[in-house]
Design a protein around this ligand. Structure first.
Ligand SMILES: NC(=O)c1ccc[n+]([C@@H]2O[C@H](COP(=O)([O-])OP(=O)(O)OC[C@H]3O[C@@H](n4cnc5c(N)ncnc54)[C@H](O)[C@@H]3O)[C@@H](O)[C@H]2O)c1
Length: 378
């Protein structure tokens, strides 16, 4: 990577600090960052069940890549990293991210998503104060958040925009909303040059197979049931992960300090539509599968408690101000995703360890089947 240039034609030798870069979106972001030749990355990740260094195997030996195994709640470690690497930006992905897990065990969500974000903000402020004027002017803190902070929409409601009041409904959404409020307060009180993005449901390579799309692909391949929550009519606005990563780069490089940008692909689909589309793709891509038609594997199970009905994102601010556009339609993105999972069955098998099997049993084992077709979307 040495000698490569960023989009402005100049390779910045100072690193960015990425948190949670071994997770789904973080690892896609790091890969895109290197592909665009944007300079060094320090990745701080605790490697929870959702973090997998294998996602970054292709850049692991790159001299511009540094992996630090640690916890964002460890204030001393974060302080030392900032002093040592003097990053020009912090891109904060690290989180507990799965709604179903937040319902079964909210403590980890409050700790990482709220305390962890506070620890980073506190250390970032001290870091900023120690920088030379020019570096201080360029420093950014990008907080990666979710559309779930806005709550749920009725079928005819307009999409979430940046002024939509916060109304989080799950412990996960509440913890992300709290972290967004902390970031906002650090901008206003301490003039921390931070930005927030609130993105809709992502899908694509390296997503842990507890979330709807990779779970359904993994189950369908093995002829297991495809559990759909409730009536399957919950609507999500799907975005291919690389499009999200490109939006994050645009916000990091050109976004206005203190602003929030909503990120979404304008692809509203019910969960049932997603699953039936996946089944049709699998029928086509696995012509010899004895489980065809895969749709016969669908099974409706008891809904997630407090399940939000609909999310939709109005991304006009991001598109208008920063010129970002999603490159993938749902159809092209989903095809790429299914092809990736079918070509990377070893990856799926490696991440679905014994601990994961235990969690699946805990989450789905006691769910009553409703006879109508679960897979949490986030
Ligand atoms: N997945 C989505 O659809 C989606 C949509 C919008 C926003 N987001 C947000 O994007 C971010 C990344 O989401 P994701 O889906 O990649 O999550 P993920 O669960 O796949 O990855 C989270 C990563 O954070 C790491 N991590 C967890 N706790 C940590 C801690 N205390 N210290 C250091 N590292 C820790 C994990 O090891 C993992 O690598 C999250 O903040 C999430 O709220 C996700």
């Amino acid at each position: 990577m040495n000698g490569t240039k960023n989009i402005n034609g100049v390779r910045d030798p100072r690193p960015i600090l990425v948190t949670g870069g071994a997770g789904f979106i973080g690892s896609n972001f790091v890969l895109e960052w290197f592909a665009a030749g944007k300079g060094p990355v320090v990745n701080l990740d605790k490697l929870t069940y959702a973090g997998n260094p294998e996602n970054l195997a292709t850049v692991a030996k790159n001299s511009d890549y540094t992996f630090v195994h640690g916890d964002i709640c460890d204030g001393e470690l974060v302080k030392q990293l900032l002093e040592r690497y003097k990053p020009r930006a912090i891109v904060h992905f690290a989180a507990e991210s799965h709604v179903d897990r937040s319902i079964l065990g909210p403590e980890a969500f409050l700790r990482t998503n709220i305390d962890g974000t506070f620890t980073l903000l506190h250390a970032a402020k001290a870091h900023l104060d120690a920088l030379e004027e020019e570096d201080r002017a360029r420093f950014r803190f990008l907080h990666v958040s979710t559309d779930e902070v806005y709550g749920t929409l009725e079928p005819e409601d307009p999409a979430f925009h940046e002024e939509t009041p916060y109304a989080p409904n799950s412990p996960y959404a509440a913890s992300k909303a709290a972290s967004d409020h902390l970031v906002r307060a650090w901008v206003h009180t301490y003039k921390l040059p931070a930005l927030i993005t609130n993105c809709s449901n992502n899908y694509g390579p390296y997503q842990f197979p507890e979330k709807l799309i990779p779970l359904m692909i993994a189950n369908a391949r093995q002829g297991k049931t495809l559990p759909v929550y409730g009536d399957g009519q919950q609507v999500r606005d799907w975005l291919y992960v690389t499009d999200h990563c490109k939006a994050l780069m645009a916000v990091l490089e050109q976004g206005r300090i203190g602003e929030t940008y909503n990120v979404g692909g304008g692809n509203q689909r019910s969960n049932l539509e997603v699953v039936t589309t996946l089944c049709a793709l699998l029928d086509e891509l696995l012509p010899d599968s004895r489980f065809r038609p895969h749709q016969q594997l669908i099974k409706y199970v008891a809904d997630r408690p407090g399940h939000d009905r609909r999310y939709a994102i109005d991304a006009r601010k991001l598109e208008g101000e920063l010129g970002w556009r999603a490159q993938e339609s749902f159809e092209t993105g989903l095809r790429k995703t299914v092809e990736w999972y079918l070509a990377n069955t070893d990856w799926v098998e490696n991440v679905t360890s014994g601990a994961y099997q235990h969690w699946v049993q805990q989450n789905y084992g006691s769910r009553e089947t409703t006879g109508a077709a679960a897979g949490g979307t986030k």
